[in-house]
Design a protein around this ligand. Structure first.
Ligand code: BG6
Ligand code: MG
Length: 210
């Protein structure tokens, strides 16, 4: 039985993963480095700070703490510009139908996202009202694949992990859900979702399952 569903945000509910990639890619190019869409899979689900650390590592670059702070600020500024016009039109297929279905079935709903911009994205896409608990990048100390974000979600809902189902599009998120002893459905391409209990292409495939 599933008593609660914990949703990842970027790339699961909303089509924002591409904007994270664009902003990081632009930042990397400014540093004279480039990385591919395939490399970008490793950044998904990972916090802003840790994403920068990974890119600098790939590029073989070292930066001072002050430079890193400036780069993080620049990336987020570009990202915010890209999501400025975000609207319900950028909800991914099945997002709204699944949220509505879960509500009808009295299944609790939480957000488990690494993003510090999560609240504004939920507001712009007009789905914030569906959530019983919001755990985002401001609420956690450790990044996925650490289970903290999902365990905090379960705790906020007062539901035990074994009754929680996580929906994730990133390998780091699949690993985090497993570490939290939760069931997890991978959303997207199978190659980046190793260890998921089940896979779907998008959330529309899940609506009928509840
Ligand atoms: C995750 C994204 O949801 O949030 C990552 O998959 C992103 O790509 C992370 O780096 C942090 O997001 P933000 O909005 O706090 O920079
Ligand atoms: Mg994601």
């Amino acid at each position: 039985t599933v008593k609660a569903v914990i949703f990842d945000l970027d790339g699961v509910l909303v089509d924002t993963a591409i904007y994270h990639f664009q902003a990081w890619h632009r930042l990397a190019e400014q540093l004279g480095y480039s990385f591919s869409l395939a490399d970008n899979e490793q950044l998904k689900g990972v916090s802003r700070v840790e994403s920068l650390e990974l890119i600098l590592k790939w590029a073989g670059m070292e930066k001072s703490e002050q430079e890193k702070a400036q780069l993080l600020q620049q990336k987020n500024q570009w990202y915010l510009e890209l999501i400025e016009q975000l609207s319900p039109a950028q909800l991914l297929p099945g997002s709204l139908a699944l949220l509505q279905r879960l509500r009808e079935k009295d299944i609790l709903i939480a957000l488990g996202s690494a993003s510090k911009n999560a609240l504004s994205i939920l507001q712009k896409t007009e789905i914030v009202g569906y959530f019983d608990a919001l755990i985002d990048g401001n609420a956690v100390q450790t990044s996925k694949p650490d289970p903290e974000v999902f365990l905090k979600g379960a705790e906020a809902l007062t539901i035990q992990p074994r009754y929680c189902l996580v929906l994730e599009d990133a390998q780091a998120g699949i690993d985090a859900a497993k570490a939290a002893q939760m069931r997890v459905i991978g959303v997207g391409k199978p190659e980046n979702l190793i260890g998921a209990d089940a896979l779907v292409e998008d959330l529309s495939e899940l609506v009928e399952r509840f």
